[in-house]
Design a protein around this ligand. Structure first.
Ligand code: TXA
Ligand code: MG
Length: 341
């Protein structure tokens, strides 16, 4: 308790709220999370309720050390040790067989658990003070744009009494890379969600291990990886070609009108008429900076009164160069429409 007294007032409040079993908005280096302690089922349940998240979508559990991560799993192979030593604290989540004491609500009944040691100092301070691992999905309503500032989280839960700790804008800007190490399929590593760490970087880290990377991931192994996710309040249209489009407004209206109202429980944004007020999303040509800007710019433009957002891909992003893969994945999921020619 003495340690808690030395913290900033807002940090102290966040710790107290978590200790009381409330869900709290906390900064991580990737995106803001909605965090609650894993040893209180009501706290975990409240995360799903606040986010309106279906119970089939499992949560990532955040820890403050490799030792604490090991208490959550039933198997900690040498590959996990190497990945954790090289990438933690940082934007990498490891999926491993779960320990039997883990509440199935956290893992959506799966026999695996997702674990991550985040890098943000404020999140780490809360973890150290509470000394219980914290489950934390991104702090947005289900399917919507992930938050990268405290203000985004406050707006997202404006009608709920959620305390949000302001730790500044997130540095990475998109969610962690999620990697599964399979015990049943020996030596197999699968990337369940692309992120800051690319496949080549992970292969380099594991160069001295005999592992095989696979992209064959079933929906059962990776629930929550829906076709659409991260969507802003107005349609986002990605233009995947360098060609000039003469009547963009009519084309967008026609194509968006043909879309279903909902895909995999996520509402698809529609248009009432050809959009008059189209906002252009502009991002850095550096993929790491573009990732930092993406969600924040999507939110800003969708709140600016425009009816639709367009983004023109160019250069190495158009070629899906590995450095752009994670951001391209988020863009395609956030888009109502992708125009290829
Ligand atoms: O960067 C991040 O990972 C952020 C910050 C807050 O840490 N968290 C985050 O959580 O993105 P969330 O809930 O938005 O996404 C977690 C995803 C799930 O949708 C699911 O696809 C995957 O992680 N996941 C969690 N547990 C899993 C498991 N046992 N097996 C397979 N996938 C799992
Ligand atoms: Mg999320």
């Amino acid at each position: 308790m003495l340690k808690v007294l030395m913290f900033r007032t807002d940090l102290k409040r966040a710790i107290q709220e978590i200790l009381m079993g409330h869900a709290v908005g906390l900064p991580t280096e990737t995106v803001y999370g909605l965090a609650a302690r894993i040893d209180q089922p009501d706290a975990i349940k409240s995360i799903f309720q606040l986010k309106q998240r279906p119970f089939f979508d499992p949560l990532i559990v955040h820890v403050n050390s490799i030792e604490q991560a090991k208490t959550l799993v039933s198997w900690w192979p040498p590959e996990a040790q190497t990945l954790a030593e090289q990438s933690w604290p940082g934007p990498l989540t490891l999926v491993l067989p779960k320990a039997s004491h883990i509440d199935p609500m956290i893992t959506s009944g799966l026999d695996s658990i997702a674990v991550r040691w985040p890098k943000h100092k404020d999140f780490q301070a809360v973890l150290d003070a509470v000394n219980v691992p914290l489950a934390a999905p991104s702090a947005n309503k289900f399917g919507r744009t992930s938050p990268t500032t405290a203000e985004h989280v406050r707006k997202e839960f404006i009608n709920d009494s959620v305390f949000v700790l302001d730790g500044g804008p997130c540095d990475v800007g998109i969610e962690s890379t999620v990697v599964k190490i399979s015990k049943a399929k020996k030596n197999q590593i699968s990337i369940l969600r692309k992120g800051h760490y690319s496949e080549s970087e992970l292969k380099d880290v594991l160069a001295n291990h005999s592992v095989e990377f696979t992209n064959e991931v079933s929906t059962i192994e990776s629930p929550g990886q829906m076709k659409h996710h991260y969507m802003p309040q107005v349609p986002l249209v990605i233009i995947n070609s360098g060609k000039q489009i003469t009547d963009l407004s009519s084309l967008i209206f026609k194509k968006v009108s043909q879309l279903p109202d909902e895909i995999e429980h996520i509402k698809i944004n529609k248009l009432m008429r050809p959009p008059q007020n189209i906002a252009e999303l502009k991002l850095s040509t550096d993929p790491r900076i573009a990732a930092r800007q993406f969600y924040s710019e999507l939110r800003r433009l969708s709140e600016s009164g425009s009816e639709c957002i367009v983004y023109f891909k160019s250069g190495s992003q158009l070629e899906n160069n590995e450095l752009w893969e994670a951001l391209n994945d988020r863009m395609n999921k956030a888009a109502s429409l992708v125009l290829n020619d």
